[in-house]
Design a protein around this ligand. Structure first.
Ligand code: HEC
Length: 183
C-alpha cells in the first residue's frame, strides 16, 4: 500500500521508527500520537478545552455531613453515652497493638498525635477514619491535608465496628485524662 499523502508517509515512518525503539522516552510518544491523530482531517480542535469539573474545590463532591463527619459506614449521628471503662480497656489494647507503631497520644510521630483528636473531630469522623481510611485519604480535604503533611497514608487495620467504637472511647478517655505528666 502506498500512502496517499505526505502526512501519512511521515506518520508511517514515525510508526516504524517508534516500534524499532521500544524504550523511547515517554515524552516522544504523545508527540507522535498528536502529529498523526485526528484521522487525517484538519477538523475541529478539541485539545485546548478544559475538562468539565477539572478545577473543582477540594471536597465539593462531598455532602455537608461528610465534610463534618467523614466518609464511611457511619452516616448518622452516634448515640454516645458516658465513657465506658470496659470499652476504654478494650480500645487501649487495640491501640497498643495496631496503632502505636504510627500514632502516639502526645507526640507527633509517623502520624498525628491523637489525644486531642476527639476535640478536633466529631466522633463519627473518627469512626469513619478508623473504618474507611483509604477513601478518607483519597477524598476528604482534611485528611488529604494530613497526608500532604505526613506523607504516609493510614493503612486499613481490619477493625470491626466494635473495635472502632472501643478505640473511640479510649480516645475520649485520653482527652479527659489530659497529657501524661501534666505537660
Ligand atoms: C501506617 C501508619 C498508621 C497506622 C498503623 C495507623 N494510622 Fe492513623 N493515621 C496515619 C496517618 C499518616 C494519618 C494522617 C492521615 C493520612 O496520612 O492518612 C492518620 C490519621 C488518623 C486519624 C485522623 C486524625 C485527624 O486529625 O483527623 C485517626 C483518628 C487515626 N489515624 C487513628 C488511628 C488508629 C486508632 C489506628 C489504629 C487502629 C491507626 N490510626 C493506625 C497513620 C497510621
Amino acid at each position: 500500500m502506498i500512502p496517499a499523502n505526505w502526512t501519512q508517509i511521515r506518520c508511517w515512518k514515525l510508526a516504524v521508527w517508534k516500534t524499532s525503539w521500544i524504550h523511547l522516552p515517554a515524552l516522544v510518544l504523545p508527540l507522535v500520537l498528536f502529529g498523526c491523530g485526528g484521522g487525517g482531517g484538519d477538523g475541529e480542535d478539541t485539545g485546548s478545552q478544559a475538562e468539565p469539573g477539572a478545577t473543582v474545590e477540594p471536597g465539593s463532591d462531598l455532602t455537608e455531613w461528610e465534610l463534618e463527619n467523614g466518609i464511611g459506614p457511619v452516616t448518622e449521628p452516634l448515640a454516645l453515652g458516658d465513657i465506658d471503662p470496659g470499652l476504654v480497656a478494650q480500645g487501649e489494647e487495640i491501640f497498643n497493638l495496631k496503632c502505636s507503631a504510627c500514632h502516639k497520644l502526645d507526640q507527633r510521630y509517623v502520624a498525628p498525635p491523637l489525644r486531642d483528636v476527639t476535640s478536633r473531630r466529631t466522633p463519627e469522623f473518627v469512626m469513619n477514619m478508623l473504618l474507611n481510611p483509604l477513601e478518607m485519604t483519597q477524598r476528604h480535604p482534611a485528611t488529604k491535608e494530613l497526608l500532604a503533611e505526613y506523607y504516609t497514608p493510614m493503612t486499613p487495620q481490619g477493625l470491626t465496628n466494635e473495635d472502632a467504637r472501643a478505640i473511640l472511647d479510649f480516645l475520649r478517655q485520653a482527652l479527659a485524662d489530659g497529657p501524661a505528666g501534666g505537660g
